[in-house]
Design a protein around this ligand. Structure first.
Ligand code: SAH
Ligand code: SF4
Ligand code: F3S
Length: 455
């Protein structure tokens, strides 16, 4: 391998910058990946590496990747192509981490020869040695063993999230939904000890975090001894200083009554549940191996609504193998009826190794998939706009999270039901982490606009 690595660089701590080697890191994919990036930062810093937000200053470029749909792959390929040229100009080590590394393994190294290091989600403890080897000895490194035990217990994530904190309470997924690559990229389900999770929540609170999101591919499967997810959620909500707790994602097939009770009753646990439907047609649900029927999903929704006011959001897949126009229409009609707060709608994308890839032809054309996806996106936009417009003239409680994307003269935050709110800063408008009342005067499908009430 011809890697032009500056020979003066020493492993770990010392470097030509008088500090450790510098890493520039980009993260794609879900919140679990954001959390893993915090773990990687911590692991690398403990070995003397530094992080830089400027890629031109970096010795190492790391991508923490997602494999959930083909467009996630394509995004990474675009980024990698850019760094191929830069690597030729000056010595750079390029590492690919996360779900795509796990899913494609050697194939990625073979087709993109300028990648030096490939590390899957269960092997981050090996990253410092592999990167040092690549930097010092120009050796390629591959670590893609999945583990039944690795939960990164005792690694304190190096946070960058301000008043928002994430805690992965479990890793992996055993559900094997037919379309999904996650069980292959993240391996078997395993839960962390509640003690470690509560310690982490207390630490986050002491660092100024006010809102915690508990993460797992299937959080309601959390189990550690006598602890289930509902008990854990309540215990996190009881941590002094934490003002809001959220969680994602629960699976509709095993949503326990105790969890619903916790969401409905506990003032700190937000009244919003992400309940991925995927499809409203029973034949498709069965093909997807989701483990619930349309009726069972609706029975759960009824139970949730009885406890009301709880807001629902969802995920949907359009154009799954063999989905007919009528079957799609059932999903469309149910979305119309459900009036979700938000829906994340995806074109089905066949993933290697999955049950669907092995069993069913991916036989819906791109055009039809695109058409169906847009139909539901447009429908949901109308629903979200209507819901949001209903708040015009009312006051909503919002947690200040930081500046809005557009201006540092505006604050951005979310309502308890997770709608984004933007409003102008004023002298008395508070600081990140504060819960404030905002009077709404305008709405789009995704954002409420308001101001601090005058009296
Ligand atoms: N564990 C989470 C899902 C994580 S993936 C859960 O079960 O809720 C997030 C979403 O991506 C899924 O809910 C699904 O709607 C979508 N998705 C997963 N695999 C997909 C695929 N192959 N094609 C299109 N969308 C997919
Ligand atoms: Fe994928 Fe299903 Fe597991 Fe979610 S529950 S990560 S969709 S296999
Ligand atoms: Fe993507 Fe892996 Fe998350 S496939 S959605 S980064 S679990």
């Amino acid at each position: 391998m011809s890697l032009v690595s500056p020979k003066s660089l020493k492993p770990v701590a010392p470097s030509p910058h008088g500090e450790g080697y510098r890493i520039y890191m980009e993260t794609f994919g879900c919140q679990m990946n954001e959390y893993d990036t915090e773990l990687v930062r911590s692991i690398m810093k403990a070995r003397g590496f530094q992080f830089t937000p400027v890629d031109e200053e970096a010795d190492v470029i790391l991508f923490n990747t997602c494999a959930i749909r083909e467009n996630a792959h394509n995004r990474l390929y675009g980024h990698l192509a850019r760094y191929k040229a830069r690597k030729k100009e000056r010595g750079l080590v390029i590492g690919v981490l996360g779900c795509m590394a796990q899913n494609l393994k050697e194939e990625l190294l073979e087709t993109r020869s300028w990648i030096d290091v490939l590390v899957g989600p269960d092997a981050y403890r090996r990253l410092p040695d592999l990167l040092t080897d690549a930097l010092e000895h120009q050796r390629k490194g591959l670590a893609v063993d999945l583990s039944e035990y690795e939960t990164y217990a005792h690694i304190v994530p190096d946070r960058t999230g301000g008043i928002n904190g994430w805690i992965a309470v479990m890793r992996g997924c055993d559900n094997f939904c037919a379309f999904c690559v996650v069980p292959y990229t993240r391996g078997r389900e395993r839960s962390r000890d509640p003690e470690g999770i509560l310690e982490e929540a207390q630490r986050l609170a002491s660092q100024g975090v006010r809102q915690i999101t508990l993460l797992g591919q299937n959080v309601n499967s959390y189990r550690s001894g006598v602890w289930d997810f509902a008990r854990l959620l309540v215990a996190v909500a009881e941590v002094p200083g934490i003002q809001r707790v959220r969680f994602t994602s629960p699976h509709p097939k095993d949503f326990p009554p105790a969890l619903l009770e916790a969401v409905a009753q506990h003032p700190i646990i937000c009244n919003q549940i992400h309940l991925p439907l995927q499809s409203a047609n029973d034949r498709i649900l069965e093909r997807m191996a989701r483990g619930y029927t349309r009726r069972e999903y609706l029975t759960l929704v009824e139970a949730i609504m009885k406890k009301g006011p709880i807001v629902l959001t969802t995920d949907l897949i359009c154009g799954f193998c063999g989905e007919t126009d009528e079957e799609f229409q059932e999903t469309y009609d149910l979305v119309k009826e459900m009036e979700y707060q938000a829906a994340f709608v995806f074109k089905y994308s066949e993933r290697k190794h999955t049950i669907a890839a092995r069993k069913y032809p991916d036989n819906i054309s791109e055009q039809v998939k695109g058409y169906r996806t847009n139909e539901i996106i447009e429908l949901q936009k109308e629903i979200s706009l209507r819901n949001n417009q209903a708040l015009i003239g009312h006051e909503v409680e919002v947690m200040i999270e930081g500046h809005s994307k557009k201006s540092d003269q505006q604050w951005m935050g979310h309502t308890e039901s997770n709608v984004t709110v933007v409003w102008p800063k004023t002298a008395q408008s508070g600081l990140p982490g504060d819960l404030v009342s905002i009077s709404i005067h305008d709405a789009t499908p995704s954002t409420l606009y308001g101001m601090t009430p005058t009296s």
